[in-house]
Write a protein that binds this ligand. Sequence first.
Ligand SMILES: N[C@@H](CCC(=O)N[C@@H](CS)C(=O)NCC(=O)O)C(=O)O
Length: 287
Amino acid sequence: MAKTVKSAKKPAAKAAAKPAAKASAKTSPKAAAKPAAKAAAKPAAPTAKAKSAKKPALKISMLKPSVNNMTVRVFARAAGFDAAETDAWGHTRSPEYMARNPAHLTPMIEDKGLPRGVLWESCAIMQYLANKHGLEKFYPKAPAKRAMVDSAMFYLIGTLYPYVARATYPALGFPQYAGEVGHSDAHPDRKSEAQKAAMAAIAEPLEVFHSFFRDGKPFIGGKHPSIADIRLASTLEFLAVIDYALPKWAKEYMAAMEKKLGKAYAEPAGDVRGYIAYVKSQASAQS
Ligand SMILES: N[C@@H](CCC(=O)N[C@@H](CS)C(=O)NCC(=O)O)C(=O)O
């Protein structure tokens, strides 16, 4: 997405981050799955080590106001990881961060098993962790079912998200992609037109998620949310900043996601919603 969230208005940290969450906040996700069962499948006796492997450790660098980050944060909690989150606000372009992650993006996980030790891109992170820990509930193994989840996620990242970003980033105070009207010194009217065009374009891909990918099922994943559902519901959270009129199905779908995943969803969503409430309050104070 847009490159430097870091240059978004600083108060984000206030609204979305709890003051102390800078260093490393341990989350205590409720285990909704048993991710480790397979990961821990070393021929060891049930020692303390094997026990702790039931909640595999996970290091995440993240930004609280971001739905890309919300995606991985929800997944980590729902899948029962023992996740240590580091708030990367203001640090993504530091030499230390860039040395590990030249794309300067969050979310980023650290894992010794990875060739370069780190991984970014929310969907790739969820795919990797689901593969590694055998989390079929979130990411089915059967090729045809898995392909649908992959297709939904690629469609989201390639088609829906760019519209969502163009429609919401100006209101969120996030920088836009270089080369876009929103990023240029075009007249505010042109920027506003571009934003409206992006907003109007959201309806079509959104409906595709409903009619094609869900296809009458509660979730893209069927009865249980898949990683594609986590990616979709998180993305839709941003639309509140522009008071986008979500169709009834989408409101119900988001509520169903939150009900099904409980705190695992609500906690990271609270950070995004807190940030949105903050920018909205700033905007109304200025008008
Ligand atoms: N497609 C990526 C987008 C990641 C992304 O755009 N991350 C932004 C936050 S929304 C970021 O970390 N920006 C910080 C920077 O570029 O310095 C994903 O899904 O993970």
